[in-house]
Design a protein around this ligand. Structure first.
Ligand SMILES: Cc1cc2nc3c(=O)[nH]c(=O)nc-3n(C[C@H](O)[C@H](O)[C@H](O)COP(=O)(O)OP(=O)(O)OC[C@H]3O[C@@H](n4cnc5c(N)ncnc54)[C@H](O)[C@@H]3O)c2cc1C
Length: 474
């Protein structure tokens, strides 16, 4: 890991959480000069907040050669039981990863940090962004180092992946509209004396709900909420409070003991209106935040990063015929996804908190709908797992452009193995494809070329580095 005194870079990434680490690693893998600044000292891990890694994120990690290693750190769940009666069968997801991986957030960060360091990212820990300004060509960041010493770094682009209290967002004077959705959630990582009947369950009584998921190594994450105990985050929390809420919601506290972490927190629902202001972009929690229901914050941030990294790369390499339009497509593709995630997690948390006859009836109806109407369940699972996310086709392209490219076995290997080059993949019939559209932000020399195993397939498909279809031949 380099700590040289360079003061200019092509891309300055602020924040070494999951979003910043994936983005920086992608850019450096593509040969872009990247500096990553992080306010924490090196070695001091972020709190283990996220624990659920969804199917689409695992596919993104597969496209970076990291999925199998991450899978080995946790446990996979095939189904989830919500509100006591709604079973979500994740094995129906059309993915190699048709499950939810439960693993601590620090395992995701550890792998991404190692990859970024190997790819040549310049890490500057203990370095806090204080202010920034930009002109037509550069962004200048004012930072302070470990002893408060000032440092100025300049970059062609800057990405704020600096979390919910983003200093980058503040420096851009952007609003972060929204409000608090749930207060006084209590959380603990515990051991259990009794094995739970359902590996992953959420249930609610009239005035409380609790949630339980195994890490796979004997530790369980439990989260609970009680309408009758609404106190500020600073109010101490002990295991008795969590036991009591769990008993009320799940009917038993499963003999929980030996907590390694206990916390009380609240959740906001907010989204920044603009993910891009000139040469500065926002990603992850800096751009959107919501309740942990549905376990989507880290997953959405990682997918923001995967969407942005190849676009910045194409612009910096000079491969984008219209660089402004390509950078704007980060906003037009990812802002609606962030808004949809806010809606889904908001709906889940409100259903969990339901206590009036009307809201409880809505919860029963939603559970019945999702249990009995297959398309509704498929849509919900597609949204939560990320598998169902699709973008509008680029101008002049037709569907399935914009859709997720499923993994496919090709003569040269699996598609997601070929994507590990970090480049576009062109899949064509034997004998070569027709000419690519000149609007595609890719240089023909960098394309990874692949051939269908089935000689009957005559169309050619251009797949973006983030695993979405860019273009299909007629
Ligand atoms: C209890 C709980 C459970 C959750 N469970 C899940 C889950 O199961 N699945 C899921 O997907 N998500 C979950 N989340 C959300 C998830 O933790 C976040 O969405 C995720 O951490 C966001 O990643 P990020 O990289 O965008 O930001 P962060 O992880 O917040 O990282 C931002 C980084 O920027 C650094 N930084 C901040 N300001 C500056 C500055 N001025 N200069 C330099 N560096 C700075 C910070 O030190 C930090 O390291 C959960 C959250 C909570 C609270």
């Amino acid at each position: 890991m380099s700590t040289t005194e360079k003061t200019d870079t092509q891309v300055l990434v602020v924040g070494a959480g999951p979003t910043g680490l994936l983005l920086a690693g992608d850019l450096a893998t593509a040969g872009i000069d990247v500096t990553l600044v992080e306010r924490r000292p090196h070695g001091l891990a972020n709190m283990t907040r996220a624990f659920g890694v969804h199917a689409r994120t695992l596919e993104q990690l597969d496209a970076r050669g990291l999925a199998d290693e991450l899978l080995a750190t946790g446990t996979t769940l095939d189904r989830a039981r919500l509100f006591g009666r709604l079973d979500l069968d994740l094995t129906r997801l059309p993915s190699r990863f048709n499950h939810l991986l439960v693993t601590p957030q620090y395992e995701v960060e550890r792998l991404l940090e190692r990859r970024a360091a190997t790819a040549g990212v310049t890490f500057r820990y203990d370095m806090e962004l204080r202010a920034l300004h930009q002109d037509a060509d550069t962004v200048t960041a004012e930072l302070t180092g470990p002893d408060g010493a000032p440092l100025t770094l300049t970059a062609r682009h800057l990405v704020g992946a600096d979390g919910v209290r983003s200093a980058v967002r503040t420096a851009l004077n952007l609003p972060f509209p929204g409000g608090s959705v749930i207060r006084s959630i209590v959380l603990a990582d515990v051991r259990l004396t009794e094995e739970p009947a359902d590996a992953f369950s959420v249930n609610g009584s009239d005035d409380s709900f609790a949630f339980l998921a195994p890490f796979g190594d004997g530790w369980y994450r439990v989260m609970g909420w009680s309408r009758t105990r609404q106190v500020p985050d600073t109010e101490p929390v002990d295991l008795d409070e969590i036991r009591e809420i769990t008993r009320r919601a799940l009917g038993t506290d499963l003999g929980m003991h030996d907590p390694r972490w206990i916390s009380r927190f609240h959740s906001d629902e907010r989204q920044v209106p603009s993910y891009r202001v000139g040469r500065v972009l926002l990603a992850g929690d800096a751009a959107h935040v919501h309740s942990p229901a549905g376990g989507q914050g880290m997953n959405t941030g990682l997918q923001d990063a995967a969407n942005l990294s190849w676009k910045l790369t194409a612009v910096l390499r000079g491969d984008a015929p219209d660089p402004e339009a390509l950078l704007d497509s980060y906003q037009s593709e990812r802002h609606p996804v962030g808004a949809a995630v806010l809606r889904t997690s908001g709906a889940l948390v409100r259903l969990a908190m339901a206590h009036t006859p009307l809201t409880r009836a809505a919860r029963s109806l939603a559970a019945r709908l999702l249990s009995t109407v297959r398309p509704a369940a498929t849509r919900a699972m597609g949204m939560i797992s990320g598998i169902g996310i699709a973008y509008a086709p680029p101008a002049g392209a037709r569907r399935p452009a914009g859709r997720r490219a499923p993994d496919a076995r090709l003569r040269e290997g699996r598609l997601y193995e070929l994507l590990r080059e970090g480049e576009f993949v062109l899949i064509a019939p034997e004998g070569g494809p027709p000419a690519l559209p000149d609007t595609a932000p890719v240089s023909p020399e960098r394309l990874v070329r692949a051939t269908w195993t089935d000689p009957a397939r005559r169309t050619s498909v251009l797949v973006r580095p983030d695993g979405y279809v860019q273009w299909v031949s007629r």
